[in-house]
Design a protein around this ligand. Sequence first.
Ligand SMILES: [Zn+2]
Length: 601
Amino acid sequence: MTAPLRYSIRPKDPAAHLFEVRLTVEEPNASGQVFTMPAWIPGSYMIRDYAKHIVTIRAESDGLAVALRKTDKTTWQAGATKRPLTVVADIYAYDPSVRGAHLDLTHAYFNGPCVFLSAVGHENASCEVQILPPDKPVAKDWRVATSMRRKNCEQYAFGIYEADDYAELIDHPVEIGHLLVGEFDVNGIPHAIAIRGATRVDIGRLCHDLQRLCEQHMSLLGVPQDLDRYVFLLHAPGSGYGGLEHRWSSSLVCNRENLPIRGVAEITDGYRTFLGLASHEYFHLWNVKRMKPAAFTPYDLRRESHTGLLWAFEGITSYYDDLALVRSGLITPESYFELLGRTISRVMRGAGRLHQTLEESSFDAWTKFYQQDANATNSIVSYYTKGSMVALALDLKIRVETESRFSLDDVMRACWARWGQSGEGMPERGLEQLSAEVTGLDLADFFAAAVRGTGELPLPALLKKMAVNYQLRATSDRNDKGGKPADKQPGPWLGATLAESDARSIFAAIHNGGPAERAGIAPGDVVVALDGLALSSQNCDQRLRSYRAGDKLELVVFRGDELLTTRVRLAEAPADTCFLTIDTDGDAMAIARQAAWLASD
Ligand SMILES: [Zn+2]
């Protein structure tokens, strides 16, 4: 057995946002040990080249300097030595996202890929990490929250932590600071939530609701053998939203206002959003952290890893995240249908769904979904939202065509048994083949159309068989998220999305085939006037309501420093917003199907 790799990380200069990270290799490669930094972090499919945040790096052995030569953007080679070799790096950390590392005088947060070098050839060696406190009085009450195993320290304390190998080491984000911690058990497994940025939270209610939600997920796929603890790391600033899944934890960011406060019992829109986020990341502990595409087995963190299956891992997870809320009784069926209507609306509003398939969206996530330009709405379909619509359509189709003998739940259990528990990667067509095997249905045409086609999904007819009416209407204004009938009459359509940028209103997106595109308006044009009066992102909906489809108006914009005047012919607003209602006249069979679908097993 090789000696463990010994890491240490210390907030060296919080005001300058610098961590000092050390790695000692007891038995380095005698001809020159090679070190690398990941180019990306699992779960976020974009090349981020974390090595670029290294400010200084050097190597030493027995107190003497050893040469360290950089050989490409993420790789260093040390001079030959047979003695224990230590690499010391100062790393700049000021990325507040769930994929980054962030350090200041209020807290420290890091993901392993941002701070820990990998010693090539020692990837399977066990790792120890000494997490050290900063040498600052402000940090005297700081606590450490992570799912990493403790080696010789108290819970939530600084000290030595350990991981089985490098892949595990970088799968435990660490939050350090003034933390509000709640704990609960799920099927006897200790769970915790550690919150930074919010103190007036009803932590009892939060733990109670998360416990129900986690129990619901566990009842679907069972308890993974190696799941002996789980931690939600939550940062709650004044605004923001995001999450990243890990095997034993997740990092979440949500608006402070979305969290429940003591004395308020209702589930607000914001709290429902938070619960949906936690639900999503928790479901990933099965779907993508343990059961993975073959392309991720193992992860190659040096370069892009293409797979057409992201829709199955993100889309199916997006389907189960909200479904678990209603199945666990945290929200009502009506509230669930509102969420579903919003998801469908997000897909229907982009012409990208007519050009890009789900498989293509998955494959090109690295350069398209994660690097969206102003034309994204016309060229990209989200493998999250459309993926979740395909999961819904697949679930309902199986339920209807097998007379409720099978469902997507059975397919997911079979996938878990085949690829989750074995750790083998799922082949590109694995889910499709297993869906057919489990249900006995011929699903070839369904998958060809849904995953490798761009046609509309058969959701209206399928939902009808679940006693749910699918309706489309025009978007009423910029705040309209869909999921409900319109609360106001929409005006005619300009075919553009307006936004604020540098205190000005701009055309952020121009929709293919719409009036703005026909009038020659381009993304980035600064909004000036419509029909002789000032136009802005704030007053646009209101201004348009005084016109009708077919009206021709003068539209004035700045493109760069040039004033452009054009004529725009307003059109009828497209029916691109969905809302679902329970079909009270549905037959008994449909009502029974709906009840079985939304019920917990
Ligand atoms: Zn996800």
